[in-house]
Ligand binder design. Structure first.
Ligand SMILES: Cc1cn([C@H]2C[C@H](O)[C@@H](COP(=O)(O)OP(=O)(O)O[C@H]3O[C@H](C)C(=O)[C@H](O)[C@H]3O)O2)c(=O)[nH]c1=O
Length: 184
């Protein structure tokens, strides 16, 4: 699975304290996370459940409502993805996968300027903090199987995608709408 390291994305694996009762770990710590460049300006916490085979995305919010997202899996396993939508970035139009699960509790901070989504590899509870509130009018997105992004989803079946997401524009349309040079 070809993937690259996108600049400004922060990955974090918490220390998990296990004992005969179970486990404990800090799901958020301003002091710890600021040291690795994760902001402490989150204003909204979200949680969603997805059956195995669900694909949510590729989503973003625009303008003043652009969201940085600090994502993790509470239970199950997802293949999370960020797509660089910053025209000035040398990785504009490139993507990176993150294999997140409820055992390692790996977390990823995806800043504003990226589209975000995930494929549920198992029935999964997904939780994430956002640096801006939900603002329906500022919602945008790109179709999950856009030919030019050429995302190599590990799929041998048709994922369950919402009607809304099936109508999302292509990356080329996104570039045209925003007067960005199409990089491919
Ligand atoms: C995102 C959001 C949604 N909603 C309402 C709107 C709908 O009635 C319902 C489901 O929304 P939607 O189908 O957009 O949910 P997802 O497909 O999980 O969208 C999210 O999926 C990908 C992975 C993301 O990164 C975004 O955070 C977000 O776009 O929740 C709210 O009330 N607040 C919210 O912040």
């Amino acid at each position: 699975m070809e993937t690259i390291n996108l600049r400004d994305i922060k990955k974090f694996e918490p220390k998990i304290f296990k004992d005969e009762r179970g486990y404990f770990f800090e799901t958020y710590s301003s002091s710890t996370f600021q040291k690795i460049g994760i902001p402490n300006s989150f204003v909204q916490d979200n949680q969603s459940f997805s059956q195995k085979g669900v694909l949510r995305g590729l989503h973003f919010q625009t303008g003043a409502y652009a969201q940085g997202k600090f994502v993790r899996v509470i239970s199950g396993r997802v293949l999370d993805i960020a797509v660089d939508l910053r025209p000035e970035s040398e990785t504009f139009g490139k993507y990176e996968f993150f294999d997140l699960d409820g055992l390692s509790n790996k977390m990823v901070y995806i800043p504003e300027g990226f589209a975000h989504g995930f494929l549920a590899l198992e029935d999964s509870i997904f939780a994430y903090k956002c640096t801006a509130p939900y603002h329906k009018e500022s919602e945008g997105g790109i179709i999950w199987n856009d030919p030019s992004l050429n995302i190599q989803w590990p799929l041998d079946f048709e994922p369950l995608v919402s009607e809304k997401d099936l109508e999302l524009p292509s990356f080329k349309e996104f570039c045209l709408q925003n007067n960005f040079d199409f990089p491919f």
